[in-house]
Design a protein around this ligand. Structure first.
Ligand code: GDP
Length: 407
């Protein structure tokens, strides 16, 4: 009996031991493995591969060498923003600027003129308002006009007319004097001149061709860019030709201007043939059905013959496509008489159809408008009044004179 009890006790202990082993084996499977195997924590960007579950008795695997992941190599999981977007939608078009309308620009920019030209307009009004208009006063009026670069002949004409009209006038109220001076200055500048830009598509469907000429530094490329904006503002499609292949960065500068308003720039290799760039620009503008092609030319005024060869060739080559509609000469108003010398040289090389006077915001010599028109017999069509993108205005004699003498 005692043997029987002992056998039962041994059997119970044996069963218990076997059961214990099974449970502990199961539990071990559920616990995290204690081996030294390193499982890389999943990178936030890319899911890490699953490590194989170690088994009891397995050799501890050596630490895995994690490959160094560069940003480019990491495959991004699709996100809510990109998952349903087509490739065309992902490439964002640069936002185009909307240039200011050209109508009334001069009126908006008049403060730039008033600031720089005060000496002329206000000086004249003050002198004319003196109690006694004696010889000395008339001489002072003449000096003021000459200092403003109006030129000798126009100054004498103006003083003569003013003297006569003041004598006839009798009374000289401030309003009367202002009206008188305004009329005479507007007349001198030329109220009737045709200052329109010929930039509209031609009857046969070809684009209008505009050449922009002038020496380096006068603001030629800037003006081409600003003029591109003026045309876009007026609803035209524009192609820009970067034919100033000699000045480093001129083409980049022009292209940047174009990109801002959605105008394409045709360019050639640096130092390449300006005439061939100009030719290609017109060709592409024709192919695209553009309204206007604006060609920024090289302005190296090394010798007159050199200029003649270069600019003459550009014009001839472009004319293979048809006539050039505008040749705009850009002059820096701050250079005064020097600008007039340049104007003469250019006028001998090409038929200038209009003048763009830049940097009028930086000089008190607004009279250059009168002098340069007389010199070339060509109207000022546009004026530059600052470095801002929309600081180029169609020239209007009335608004210009109002800015000089104040309302
Ligand atoms: P380019 O060599 O004739 O093509 O001259 P750029 O177009 O490069 O212009 C020369 C400099 O004149 C630039 O710094 C322009 O910003 C500046 N400029 C152009 N037009 C005007 C203007 O109307 N007013 C002022 N203040 N600066 C201007």
């Amino acid at each position: 009996m005692e043997y029987v009890i002992l056998a039962v006790v041994i059997a119970v202990i044996a069963v218990g031991a076997v059961a214990g082993l099974v449970v502990s084996g199961r539990r071990r499977k559920e616990l995290p493995p204690k081996s030294t195997t390193t499982i890389a924590p999943p990178a936030p960007e890319a899911p890490a591969p699953q490590a194989e579950e170690p088994h009891v008795g397995d050799e501890a695997a050596p630490p895995r060498e994690e490959p160094v992941q560069t940003v480019e190599e990491v495959e991004l999981p699709p996100t809510a923003e990109t998952v349903e977007v087509t490739p065309e939608q992902v490439i964002e078009a640069p936002a185009l600027e909307v240039p200011e309308p050209t109508a009334g620009r001069l009126v908006r920019l008049r403060s730039r003129l008033s600031r720089s030209q005060n000496a002329l307009g206000k000086g004249l009004l003050t002198l004319l308002s003196r109690d006694r208009l004696d010889e000395d006063t008339w001489e002072e009026i003449e000096d003021t006009l000459l200092t403003a670069d109006i030129g000798v002949a126009p100054t004498q004409e103006l003083v003569e007319r003013l003297r006569t009209r003041v004598k006839v006038l009798g009374t000289r109220s401030p309003e009367e004097l202002r009206g008188l001076l305004r009329e005479e200055l507007v007349d001198l500048i030329g109220a009737d001149s045709d200052r329109s830009l010929h930039t509209a598509k031609q009857a046969d469907g070809r684009p209008a061709v505009v050449l922009v000429v002038g020496v380096n530094g006068v603001g030629k490329t800037t003006t081409s860019g600003k003029l591109g904006r003026v045309l876009v503002a007026d609803g035209r499609t524009v192609v820009l030709g970067a034919a100033d292949t000699f000045r480093a960065a001129a083409a980049d500068q022009l292209q940047t201007w174009g990109e801002r308003v959605g105008a394409r720039t045709v360019r050639g290799p640096e130092g390449g043939d300006p005439a061939s760039v100009a030719f290609d620009a017109v060709k592409e503008a024709i192919a695209e059905g553009a309204d206007t092609v604006l060609i920024d030319t090289a302005g190296r005024l090394h010798t007159k013959t050199g200029l003649m060869d270069e600019l003459g060739k550009v014009k001839r080559v472009v004319e293979k496509h048809g006539p050039v509609n505008e040749v705009l000469l850009v002059l820096d108003a701050t250079t005064g008489q020097n600008g007039l010398v340049q104007a003469r040289v250019f006028a001998e090389v090409v038929d200038i159809t209009g003048i763009v006077l830049t940097k009028l915001d930086g000089t008190a010599k607004g009279g250059i408008v009168v002098a340069v028109q007389r010199e070339l017999g060509v109207p000022v069509k546009l004026i530059g009044l600052g470095e801002g993108a929309d600081d180029l205005a169609p020239f209007e004699p009335g608004a210009f004179v109002d800015a000089l003498i104040g309302d």
